[in-house]
Design a protein around this ligand. Structure first.
Ligand code: SF4
Length: 351
């Protein structure tokens, strides 16, 4: 096995030539690193860039964020998904103000005490903003190191995970730790990609165990993960005058965001269901539309159906009648894009 520290100079030289340009790079500001790394979890760089810029123009400093209310923060996060990240970021910003004198700590152990900061984000903030020589280990990094060092056992085994973490810790150079970590991230995202890596563009072929043995596409070893669960939902778009029925979610998935009714009944049973459970009598107002939203562990298969209903009805418990013109001011998850489009089209068609 190669010595981990031998890869850093080749990788940094490659990074100096090929680093991807991103608005949060080249800035030594732990708050901005924290925001960008939080947004980048499970989300592509191209998607994050406009959100990052919008978020920072609304909350330019940690104190601005700490003083914000949750609804404003969720509104800025609208469409980015995984909304618990936004809630934890807000909670964490308040914690830094209260417990750390408004200064983001540089010690990864202290960082880990802050809401929403796990081992990866702690390593990223400490190394990128403060140049502390610690690794930032995510799935991309595990893949790169598994291939480089020829780890051919499941990366879910605790002893293998520990081995990879040790390799990653030794590999981080004392100087330019942040650049080095970002170089490994870039390599994993653009060259040493899942499936078949693009080894001809890699600066590390001469030392890469998987490249030399020819089994890079088989690594890392990850035992089969469980398939996503499909959930069928009926989504009535109820238009009562200029108002529509919505609900702020209290469930952990998409908590605090607004959704149209998501009902566990067959689309053809919706009129009866709404009449019995919500005391709302409906008149069909258009064709149903299918919509699908994929989360990490489940898929919502939605049937969106527009109805008109009587004006001035009381809202069922937990629900709110909102003016259609007000919907733009509320935070909806991207899962609601098709229902939102449906209610707007439907409302303007009726006018
Ligand atoms: Fe990944 Fe290929 Fe580079 Fe090895 S040589 S680190 S497999 S891209």
């Amino acid at each position: 096995m190669i010595e981990p520290y031998k890869i850093s100079s080749s990788l940094l030289e490659w990074y100096d030539r090929c680093a991807r340009s991103m608005p949060w790079r080249g800035i030594r500001d732990p708050y901005k690193t924290w925001v960008s790394e939080t947004m980048l979890q499970q989300t592509r760089v191209e998607t994050v860039i406009p959100y990052y810029e919008r978020f920072l123009s609304r909350f330019p400093t940690l104190k601005d964020l700490a003083n914000a209310n949750e609804a404003d923060v969720l509104k800025m996060w609208e469409g980015l998904g995984y909304y618990s990240r936004a809630r934890n970021l807000l909670k964490g910003a308040r914690q830094v103000v209260e417990q750390f004198g408004s200064i983001v700590p540089q010690d990864p152990h202290q960082l880990r005490k802050i809401s929403g900061i796990g081992p990866y984000t702690a390593g990223a903030i400490a190394s990128i903003a403060y140049d502390v020589p610690v690794p930032a280990i995510d799935g991309n990094v595990l893949r790169v190191y598994s291939r480089l060092f020829g780890i051919r056992k499941s990366i879910r085994l605790p002893e293998i995970r520990e081995k990879l973490e040790t390799i990653a810790s030794i590999a981080v150079p004392d100087k330019r730790a942040g650049d080095y970590n970002q170089a490994v991230m870039d390599l994993g995202a653009t060259v040493c990609i899942p499936g078949t890596p693009d080894c001809v563009r890699c600066p590390l072929t001469s030392v890469c165990d998987a490249y030399i043995r020819g089994d890079a596409a088989d690594l890392p070893v990850i035992p089969g993960s469980s398939p996503q669960k499909n959930i069928s939902l009926s989504v009535p778009i109820l238009l009562s005058g200029d108002r529509t029925l919505i609900r702020k979610r209290t469930e952990s998935l998409l908590k605090g965001l607004w959704c149209f009714p998501l009902l566990d009944c067959r689309p053809q049973d919706l009129p009866t269901y709404l009449s019995k459970k919500f005391h709302i009598n409906t008149v069909s107002a258009g064709e149903s539309i299918s919509a699908r939203h994929v989360f990490t562990h489940l898929i919502w298969q939605m049937t969106v159906i527009p109805f008109t209903v009587e004006p001035d009805l009381p809202a069922p418990e937990g629900y709110t009648w909102s003016a259609v013109s007000e919907l733009d001011n509320l935070a909806f998850p991207s899962a609601m894009n098709i229902p939102l489009r449906t209610v707007r089209n439907f409302f303007f068609d009726l006018k």
